[in-house]
Design a protein. Sequence first.
Length: 335
Amino acid sequence: MSNASTRRRFLAGAGAASVGAAVAATPGAASAHGNRPPFPSWGRVRLLHFTDAHVTPNAARSETETLRALQLGLRYRPDLIVQGGDAIYDALVQDRASVEAQWAIHRRVYERVGVPVAHVIGNHDCWTGPGSAGDPLSGKAWAHRELGLERGWYARRLGAWKLIVLDSIELTGGSGYVGRLGAEQTAWLEQELAQTPASTHVVIASHIPLQTALPFTDAGLRRADGGFDVPGGWGVHSDLPEINELLLSHRNVRLALSGHNHVRDDITYNTVRFACGGAVSGNWWDASDPGYRDTPPGFAIVDLHRDGSSEIGYWSYREVGEREVSADGPATGGR
């Protein structure tokens, strides 16, 4: 593919939006939905899955490009933004001043958004860096405060659907973590699913994928005998066997969205579709490589239909080179 054709695709996705423009959906823009409720029970619900922004103070284009990506995502008129975790660059090993600077960028990105946001906790949102020991904002407390959460797991009704947000991150000491729900959250999830009518479709949002094919594409995880060693927290939940049994007993669970891996990954296992939403930051804002493992920086538009089906499109907002052939496109499908 020529550079010219790549440029044309990029412009088709970007439309007339400028890099420095403010986010389109201001508080006053909520009227774009008219007088109907934001999550209509009579039709589809559209989500903007906006994950792994990793806003970074020392990356020249991080804040500007995150704002621009969010603006482009809002052109698709989502009913809800699912902020999929790792909103900031890193708090696992950074000191207080660095973490505050990162959250300050995050606040600026979302300060004028007039669309509801469902926040997911990511591993890099947890403060375990220098100075965190004994601080009331250590661990997940700082992220909870910034994201307006009492805890990292909760549910909300979306018309014919229910969104269940999970907290994937179990901190294990120092900067370590593993992808696991833990006993309290697992018991809550079991109860939440049991109380959900079979006629209500369920979409789950976590940071670390519940299920993914990614680890088995990485030669670095392959043993000499041909098997694979997947570290806890690397790519997939370590409690997947137990979660899988739970999901199979509730056939109204239709979709599970995730981030963390920075790649597009969309698989169906038995009755549940598992979709990883890439990353707004791509390859950690690396200027020399606009994507990560063939996935360009971008966001996903997720349409949840009344019959329990879903449609997912991944849209890049930057030029991505010759191997990427379908990321960009016009903001079609408006209401």
